[in-house]
Design a protein around this ligand. Sequence first.
Ligand code: SF4
Length: 243
Amino acid sequence: MSEHSSSWTSVDQIAGEVLSCTRCVLSETRTHAVPGDGSSTAAVMFIGEGPGQNEDEQGLPFVGRAGQLLDSLLEQVPLRREDVFITNVVKCRPPGNRDPEPDEVDACMPYLRAQIELIDPRVIVTLGRHSMLRFYPQGKISNDHGRIISLGKRVLLPVYHPAAALRNPRLNETLVQDMKRIPEAVRESLLLRSSAPDGPAVRETAVAATANSANDTNGSTQTPLAEPSTDETSGDQDQMTLF
Ligand code: SF4
């Protein structure tokens, strides 16, 4: 595999390499690699942490119960699954659904980086705490879910993982409300692109974070980004330098 994502010219080409990839030990236990699925010109990209059992069996992202819930959430936005792109940080299932190891994430990161570069989504919706921390390591999912975070030329919208809402139904309405912020996030991204020239990534600069979820207590707008948290942040996780 090339070390440079720029050598890939299409999302399908990336998928082809992922399907036969042996860059990390997850290749030894997977049934199918799961490159991702959806539109190669999607304005909205969903990123989970890694495939689960159903995804591993079928080679498609978010096809189990969590996937069914995600489909239902998309309908409420409304969005069609074929109009978005859905993928994960690592493309092969970690055994027992454990968290991926840092070296596995590092090995797989060129694929995700290239997918983002080629698809060039306006909004990245991270599904769950772990995925959020790859992009926004100072975040805390209980505080930052549903917040529209402008980073460089893209907008980040962290939401709870659908599986978390399945385990804890009280999160379901929060997840619904957070997902319904996607149109607003797209509008925010349009403002960003019209006001900021393309160029080197600037991280954590323009901030337009608003809190609107059912669990948030401050309804004010232009809320500063949260200070780095200590209880939910993994200090050894590298922030994606995509923005
Ligand atoms: S997780 Fe990523 S790097 Fe590891 S084998 Fe699968 S595709 Fe390759």
